[in-house]
Write a protein that binds this ligand. Structure first.
Ligand code: BGC
Length: 739
């Protein structure tokens, strides 16, 4: 796709090994250390010190240089002017697009569509590679179960299985069929591992994750990325059980290299090696370098403890030179697999233009499929274009070409952006009357000065469309929130509009799940677009007016209130799970209620125990019914396959796509298991009245879990299964694992 350059033959692994050995044999220790050092570029400038470092082989990789002429000039210094001629590897955070921006990864995951994510990553790779970038720091596969953490925007949701399937698709998309193709970029599974469990949802914070939980929740998506051939891994900033990831030998060597057999390279995160001292693990940069090397971090991003100390560490006998050789080999192997030795330079003319019509079309499709319809009272949506005379367009997010792109869009081009207002103005030219009022300048503004105009516009309109949410800067790295309600006075704005009696459609653009309990009753229809990227406008209008039918399903639970967090579908049952019978809200407690009168089960007194919207949930403009759930064999042994069938019928009046989800539970196990675990899913498109029998086949092995000895185990007994359109599906059956 999109590449017109002739390809080179993929280098053979045996040749790569020989090349790597031969090079290492000729390298000085200083040159070896150079291959382990990544430094930042300077947006089209080459400083004397950078030029000198490249010419002397003191740097192996450059991050954040995307000016193709500069990339080629630096590459020429490395290839033609350094002693060994080893090409540089240029890396960049290509997270959800390059110039053309797709929805944030959390949004993309709500499509439950691996093929879409693969195509999106391919598009991103092509655009990035045209500027000389051959390595992206994606996919981010941390499990995000706490929406206070700003980086949930970058992850693929709360579920390990779904994250793994989608991570693999992203790896295939970035890396293409052949890593040595000029349009392929090496992917990087990050942040290894456990970063998503940052305490309190505060970025960079400590994590405490028992090994069983690590192995069943946090590691599986990394393993899926590895199985898809991911070329590199990145260590997390975070401290895992007292040993920061960048010095964590259990993660980097025992699991990644020994158990999983990874043979690419591991990069630190930005200065995460020098930060080992700040964590309180080491007393100096020298000790930090030694700790990271011993753990298995091959390349150092930005800080330079390796450059400063490795030669001395080797000379003093603290680190073997063979260890350094193995690290260098890991790096050179990836460079060779990328074909950089054969084709170090980038010819931008060999690529189609960035932001071309095909890419915009893909961005539009992705924004449509990532959208989740959360509420639609009285079938207010889709809006009927013929019957609408006047529409009030209200809110701070209706016309924000940059904000709609979301976080991590260094190269995103806001000039390509089509906003919802742009798309609505096209309808105006076809006769629809629009009143456009921001109401609030920014999502976080508190002032209500603009409310009167919003109210007046709403009063005169047939429907009020409110574009609210969060600016891009309110999510992403280091952008965490302690209060998950709509920021600023947005709730008050919605209430004022609602008071006019005009139907209220809220289009939500955010980087995370929000706590909407306090406002949901004032909203008739709620369409969640996340930060939808370049094509937010056409996608929103297609969905609102029914040219497209929503099909996205939540991959992150929406809490009612912030205090419920973490709340996710795969929780454990506890010994005292809440039930309708044992639950009582504090407003219903009589005066002088006794300590024992609240049922003594696991819930908060000031909210319900369920989330506002569960994992897997999403409405459509049609409806689906499930029936005839069966297991082919009610008894299986651990080496068998399970075959589950279910019939899904479109019971509405429009063609629609349903994401059919299979969940299981192991109700009695030597280590307690979650109340539900997603095991398979399938997108199915059905015409009105049509039905289809869906078959899910999975090996019993997929029900394994880490036992008390941390070995994967499966125990005889009953397994419960459910199939349906969200994680609260009620159509269930059981099967038994014998022996
Ligand atoms: C982030 C990484 C990112 C790196 C390079 C760090 O701050 O944690 O995810 O890839 O910067 O930009």
């Amino acid at each position: 796709m999109d590449l017109v350059a002739p390809s080179i033959p993929a280098p053979a692994e045996a040749d790569i090994d020989a090349l790597v050995r031969e090079l290492i044999g000729r390298m000085t220790l200083a040159e070896k250390v150079g291959q382990l050092q990544q430094v930042a570029g300077n947006s089209g400038q080459i400083s004397d010190s950078l030029a000198q470092a490249v010419r002397t082989g003191a740097v192996g990789s450059i991050i954040n240089e995307v000016d193709v002429d500069t990339v080629n000039r630096l590459q020429q210094m490395a290839v033609d002017e350094s002693q060994l001629g080893i090409p540089l590897l240029f890396g960049r955070d290509v997270i959800h697009g390059f110039e053309t921006v797709l929805p944030i990864p959390l949004g993309l995951s709500c499509s439950w569509d691996p093929d879409l994510l693969q195509r999106g990553a391919r598009m991103s790779a092509v655009e990035a590679a045209s500027s000389g970038v051959r390595w992206t720091f994606a996919p981010m596969v941390d499990i995000g179960r706490d929406p206070r953490w700003g980086r949930v925007a970058e992850c693929l949701g709360e579920d390990p299985y779904l994250s793994g399937v989608l991570a693999a698709a992203l790896v295939r998309g970035f890396q293409g069929d052949d890593l040595s193709s000029a349009s392929s970029i090496a992917a990087c599974a990050k942040h290894f591992a456990g970063y998503g469990a940052s305490e309190g949802g505060r970025d960079y914070n400590t994590t405490h994750i028992p090994e069983g939980e690590l192995r069943s929740v946090h590691l599986p998506p990394f393993k899926a990325a590895l199985d898809a051939g991911v070329a590199t891994f990145m260590a997390s900033f975070s401290d895992l059980n007292g040993i920061p990831a960048s010095a964590n030998r259990f993660l980097m060597t025992d699991v990644l290299r020994r158990e999983w057999g990874f043979d690419g390279f591991v990069v630190s995160d930005w200065e995460s090696i020098s930060q080992l001292r700040v964590h309180g693990l080491t007393g100096s940069d020298r000790e930090s370098a030694a700790a990271a090397i011993e753990a298995g971090i091959d390349m150092e991003m930005e800080s330079s403890t390796y450059r400063a100390h490795v030669e001395e560490l080797v000379a003093s006998g603290l680190i073997d030179e063979e260890t350094i050789d193995a690290m260098v080999a890991n790096v050179l192997r990836v460079k060779a697999r990328l074909g950089l030795f054969e084709r170090p330079f980038t010819d931008p003319a060999a690529f189609s233009s960035r932001g071309n019509a095909d890419h915009l079309q893909l961005a539009r499709e992705a924004a449509v499929r990532s959208a989740v319809l959360l509420k639609n009272d009285g079938d207010l949506l889709p809006l009927n274009r013929e019957r609408l005379r006047r529409v009030a367009v209200i809110g701070p997010m209706a016309d924000e070409p940059q904000e709609q792109l979301g976080t991590w869009v260094f190269d995103g081009n806001p000039q390509l952006s089509q906003t919802p207002l742009d798309a609505l103005l096209e309808l105006e030219s076809q006769g629809l009357m629009l009143d456009v009022v921001r109401g609030l300048e920014l999502t976080r503004d508190e002032g209500e000065a603009g409310f009167e105009a919003a109210e007046a516009a709403a009063r005169a309109a047939d429907v009020a469309l409110l574009f609210v949410g969060e600016e891009a800067v309110l999510s992403g790295e280091a952008h965490c929130r302690a209060d998950l309600r709509l920021p600023g006075a947005q709730e008050a704005l919605i209430r004022r509009v609602r008071a006019t009696g005009t139907p209220v459609v809220v289009v939500l653009m955010s980087g995370r799940a929000l706590a909407l309990d306090g406002i949901i009753d004032d909203i008739d229809a709620l369409l969640c677009l996340w930060h939808p990227g370049t094509m937010a406008g056409p996608a929103a209008i297609d969905l609102l007016f029914g040219n497209e039918t929503p099909s996205g399903k939540l991959t992150t639970t929406f809490p009612r209130v912030t205090g419920q967090v973490p709340i996710y579908y795969g929780q454990r049952n506890t010994g005292r799970p809440p039930t309708p019978e044992t639950y009582v809200h504090m407003r219903d407690l009589p005066r002088g209620a006794s300590q024992l009168s609240t049922g003594n089960t696991s819930y908060h007194l000031d909210t319900h125990y369920t989330p506002l919207f569960p994992f897997g949930f999403g409405l459509s403009y049609t409806s689906f019914a499930y029936s005839q759930l069966t297991c082919d064999t009610p008894e299986v042994s651990r080496h068998d396959d399970i075959c589950v069938r279910v019939t899904v019928r479109n019971t509405g009046s429009r063609t629609g796509t349903e994401v059919v989800q299979l969940y299981t539970r192991d109700p009695v196990a030597s280590v307690t298991r979650p109340v539900r675990e997603l095991k398979r899913f399938m997108r199915v498109t059905l015409d009105p009245g049509a039905s289809q029998e869906i078959e899910f086949r999975l090996p019993v092995y997929d029900l394994c879990f880490p036992g008390r000895d941390m070995k994967m185990t499966i125990e005889p007994g009953v397994i419960e299964l459910w199939v349906g359109g969200n994680s609260q599906a009620s159509l269930g059956t059981t099967l038994t694992i014998v022996s």
